[in-house]
Design a protein around this ligand. Sequence first.
Ligand code: SF4
Ligand code: SF4
Length: 289
Amino acid sequence: LFHIAIASGKGGTGKTTVAVNLAFLLGSTKKTALVDLDVEEPNAQLFLQGDITGEYRQYRQVPSLIEEACTSCGLCQDVCNFHAIIQLGDKPMIFPQLCHSCHACTTLCPQQALVMKSEPMGMITAFGRDGLQSLEGRLDVGQEQAVPLIHKTKKLADKSFSDKEFLLFDSPPGTSCPFVAAVDDADYVLLVTEPTPFGLNDLKLAVETVRGMGLRFSVVINRAGIGDERVQQWCEQESIDVIANIPDSREAAVFYSRGELICESDPRIRNEFLQMIDRLQDRVTEALS
Ligand code: SF4
Ligand code: SF4
């Protein structure tokens, strides 16, 4: 099972577009599944429009206070590294949205006045379309901790798709904790960018992050032709492999706006995706040798 993370330094570069089209075309010849790890705003299904085949509610552990046992000693506030417990008045107050479920407070409270309780955090949904299976992690409204749900979604994906050759991760944008949680054990990363000054700036941050993590990666330039050559030139200077230049296309924009797959819109785009798949398989062979 080869894990490919599709990521980008910021949102709006076409990361999900690349992920779903790649999954769809790769899936027509290889056993492939797609996992939407952009849990704060998963939208792969807008394009895949698969049928729901399973739903799995996910929980996380947060502390709850037994008021009568608490002596207001203040220790729990001191041991919480995430400022999820604050004691302003008599008793500590818990802010579950900041809790990282580390168990420090419940373990160290001298009065056993804190106990961990399960709280719903999100949903993992399984979908299927034309033989392409996918999983989507989605945080509940008001939940802010993406990382635990990303880990649970990846774990379920490895279990559910152990018979596949390729697992594609549509990763959260940015370079913060959710991005790192999604890409950290990927065998290969595709960084999607646009040929604009903003695209270059965010690509540099993403490259620095994946290099720091020691990951193999290539760059996909989406909407090639809209901006300038600086992304391409910078990749050459840095000896970074540009694995695909997906052309900007009016037909693709129309398909995209209708929530359809752009690889079915324009033969140039389909061709570029097919070539990317060939090149990707070479990179996989290199990575495995
Ligand atoms: S550590 Fe325990 S006893 Fe002390 S303030 Fe926190 S909950 Fe209360
Ligand atoms: S479990 Fe950890 S993060 Fe959550 S409130 Fe307790 S100490 Fe803080």
